[in-house]
Design a protein around this ligand. Structure first.
Ligand code: NAP
Length: 285
């Protein structure tokens, strides 16, 4: 029986540290979130971010903009936040309405305030393994979980399934930077089972319930399930057939309660980190 990785507990512990550290400053880290339109799921995510930020003693700005805002109007709003000395971290909640070019919007965020690490210049820094402002939230949360459970990635075969810009792509680069041997799989990958069977660490970010079956996983592997799918009753499922896989692996994350809580936790760590970077000279005085 595997060790069940408790993302809720790890996240709680890290957030307590963030809160404690924040109390030590005479100034509040400030996270600004922009939400465009009224998508209910996005609203829930943004409310959770705001609630957590306030609980930690951060300042929280939420800019709710109308669905029909123009691209240039949105760019203007981001520029205001870029130039506002009080704002340390900026997040634009995705997805954006179809008439707005998300890439252009992400490129407008000042790289030093890009709390999600989505800006191409920040992603490029990960690619060349140079110093970044902060790491993207979900990949960072996954590496925090591995670290917390004493799981080293160095020299291991790590297989990542899913090549999105928010999870799989940056995570695979971060694993390479930590000396793992990485295979990045996607929908055009052939012989997926052969590849996943070779994984010491298997990370799935696909979004298909029960996609990872027992016969695809090596005995003793570490399994990290990033997938979140909500059924009609609102029940959450991961990518991994948890019940059949959990008996043969060494570590496994549940859904919910695994990677999920780590994403918001990393977001708060990143906000504090950007705040410290921007105030470095001030603290040193
Ligand atoms: P995404 O944009 O939804 O893309 C899915 C990825 O899976 C794509 O790269 C796709 O390949 C690949 N894929 C689809 N079918 C496949 C197959 N049969 N075999 C191999 N690969 C396949 O990815 P995402 O945004 O990273 O989201 C993935 C899942 O993670 C979703 O369930 C999402 O809700 C969840 N998620 C969770 C968190 C969290 O905090 N826990 C954060 C972010 C995302 P192609 O590129 O070839 O299309």
């Amino acid at each position: 029986m595997a060790v069940i990785i408790d993302g809720k507990a790890v996240s709680k512990k890290i957030l307590e540290q963030v809160k404690k550290e924040t109390e030590g400053f005479g100034k509040k880290p400030c996270l600004a979130v922009i939400i465009v339109g009224g998508d209910p799921a996005s609203k829930i995510y943004v409310n959770n971010k705001r609630k957590t930020a306030l609980e930690l003693g951060f300042e929280s700005i939420v800019k709710e903009l109308p669905e029909n805002i123009s691209e240039s109007g949105l760019i203007e709003e981001i520029e205001k936040l870029n130039n506002d000395g009080k704002v340390n971290a900026i997040l634009v909640q995705l997805p954006l309405p179809k008439h707005i070019n998300s890439e252009k919007i992400i490129e407008t965020i000042k790289p030093g305030k890009d709390v999600d690490c989505f800006h191409p210049s920040n992603v490029g820094k990960i690619a060349v393994n140079s110093e970044v402002f902060v790491y993207p939230c979900t990949p960072k949360g996954i590496l925090s979980l591995l670290e917390e459970y004493g799981i080293s990635v160095e020299g291991k075969n790590a297989v990542v399934i899913g090549r999105s810009n928010i999870v799989g792509r940056p995570l695979s680069m971060m694993l390479v930077n930590k000396n793992a041997t990485v295979t990045l799989c996607h929908s055009k990958t052939q012989n997926l089972k052969e590849i996943t069977k070779s994984a010491d660490i298997l990370i799935s970010a696909v979004g298909k319930p029960k996609f990872i079956k027992r016969e695809m996983v090596k005995d003793g592997a570490v399994v990290i399930d990033v997938g979140i799918t909500r059924d009609e009753q609102g029940k959450l499922s991961g990518d991994v057939d948890f019940e059949s896989v959990k008996d043969t692996v060494s570590f496994i994350t549940p859904v919910p309660g695994g990677v999920g809580p780590m994403t918001i936790c990393s977001l708060m760590q990143n906000t504090l980190e950007l705040f410290k970077q921007q105030n470095q000279r001030f603290w040193k005085k």
